[in-house]
Design a protein around this ligand. Structure first.
Ligand code: PLP
Length: 454
């Protein structure tokens, strides 16, 4: 009998997060203070982030961190997530490849982001905080954080990019349903917001600006800290549950993936999925081909530079050494909102620079073609972000069709696309536009990267 969905039991939910940095020879570079360009110390980070999360952020040595029981209790609501054999997609493609995907969209937030949100809310509560502040673009992270804060009875202040606040009311209302305070950014509730509104009246905001507002709202009030849904080392640590569960399933069924694929916005779902497999590779125990996938409209890896850069437009956050196309880069309105960040996780950036993984980029219409093929084969309506991974998995499977190789392909299906139907509408009626920045445009943005010597 064929098994389509391979589940672990609740008892098999990982008990520890895996810290890939412990096995990296070249560690990711430390975050730098935006004023002095010196490495951020624990004392500098704790006014912004929760204390235990700062410890996790700075720890390049501890291999495993225990997942607190309260966090695992919440994971039981929606984990273990299924690993699915895509028999129907294989058949449609006529490929000898075996395609598996790890499905993280099976919760109300609709993506993997809840894995880190629940951990971050737990540590905030444990520290006795009143609440947390954060930003959200299209709303996935804000929704996940709202759910997590509601569970632990914390206040959640979300700065939502104004254009999304106005044009994407559905996720906004989900957040409010879970009790979050949602503010359209830029707003008059922060100094940085007021400055921006004065300078650019009528602006519809940006993620970088919302980050600056959320950080200010955290550090200027007693009992609040800022939380971030991607890019940071701590977030990749939490997301390792995706890879650990996948590794356990493959061990159970006696299969070893050859190719592991995921989309890359800030790098957290791919970083989490590949973590234990990359660990095996770094320790010389096994080999895998890792592929990150990004949109051509925001090509941090494929056309960016590896340099220290600001994570936000307001330049109030620490600098990270990462693949970046410049914090001044304003991506074209691509529908994969979660992939519109100019930078990338320092961990993935280091791995990519060391030649341990590949990255490819696709145009929107190529991505939606794969999304619809997948939806029709497997029934799940994928998120535009996740569909980048689908596109690459389909192309790998088609290569196998040519060569006759029976590779095992695993990709991360990071979320569902129910809130992205305007994008599907544009694809269906043929009005979706592809966007590839010119070299000049990219050079102008890359020129905004500061010169940092350490
Ligand atoms: C946010 C998001 C992403 C991109 O973020 P990463 O940190 O790169 O994982 C990808 N897929 C979905 C569904 C998202 O919500």
């Amino acid at each position: 009998m064929k098994n389509y969905r391979i589940y672990l039991t609740e008892e098999e939910i990982p008990t520890h997060y895996y810290n890939l940095r412990a096995d990296m020879k070249n560690k990711p570079a430390p975050l730098l203070n935006p004023g002095t360009y010196q490495p951020m110390t624990k004392d500098e980070l704790t006014p912004v982030f929760c204390e235990e999360l700062v410890d996790q952020e700075l720890d390049n040595e501890t291999r495993f961190f225990e997942i607190p029981q309260e966090v695992r209790d919440y994971y039981r609501i929606y984990r273990p997530s299924p690993l699915v054999r895509a028999y129907n997609l294989e058949k449609k493609l006529g490929t000898p490849a075996k395609i598996y995907f790890k499905f993280e969209g099976n919760n109300t937030s609709g993506s993997h982001k809840l894995n880190s949100a629940i951990a971050q809310a737990y540590y905030a509560k444990k520290q006795g905080l009143k609440g947390v502040t954060t930003e959200t673009g299209a709303g996935q992270w804000g929704t996940a954080m709202s759910m997590a804060c509601s569970y632990f009875d914390l206040e959640c202040d979300v700065y939502m990019v104004k254009v999304s606040y106005e044009q994407k009311p559905f996720r906004r209302e989900v957040m409010k349903t879970y009790g979050a305070n949602v503010t359209a950014s830029p707003s008059d509730t922060t100094q940085v917001g007021r400055q921006l509104l004065e300078k650019y009246p009528g602006t519809t905001g940006s993620l970088g600006c919302a980050i600056s507002e959320a950080v200010e709202a955290a550090v200027t009030r007693e009992g609040y800290r800022y939380v971030l849904g991607s890019v940071l080392n701590q977030v990749l640590l939490h997301q390792s549950v995706i890879g650990l569960e996948s590794q356990k399933v493959f061990e159970k069924i006696g299969v070893k993936p050859d190719v592991i694929i995921g989309c890359t916005g800030g790098g957290s779902n791919l970083g989490g999925l590949i973590a234990p497999f990359m660990g095996e590779k770094l320790r010389g125990e096994a080999d895998y081909h890792f592929i990150g996938v990004e949109p051509t409209s925001c090509p941090s890896f494929t056309r960016g530079v590896f340099a220290y850069d600001f994570c936000d437009t307001g330049h109030v956050c620490p600098l990270a050494k990462m693949y970046t196309i410049g914090s001044g880069y304003i991506p074209a309105p691509n529908h994969a909102g979660g992939l519109r960040f100019h930078g990338m996780s320092p961990i993935l950036s280091q791995l990519y620079d060391d030649g341990l993984m590949d990255v490819v980029s696709y145009k929107q219409t190529e991505v939606f073609e794969a999304a619809e093929l997948f939806a029709n084969a497997e029934g799940i309506l994928p998120a535009p972000e996740s569909s980048h991974a689908i596109r690459a998995a389909v192309d790998e499977a088609l290569k196998c069709k040519e060569s006759g190789e029976e590779k095992v392909i695993l990709f991360g299906l990071s979320g569902t696309g129910y809130f992205d139907l305007v994008a599907y509408e544009q694809y269906n009626n043929g009005t979706m536009q592809d966007y590839v920045p010119t070299d000049d445009e990219l050079q102008a943005a890359i020129a905004t990267i500061p010169e940092v010597e350490i």
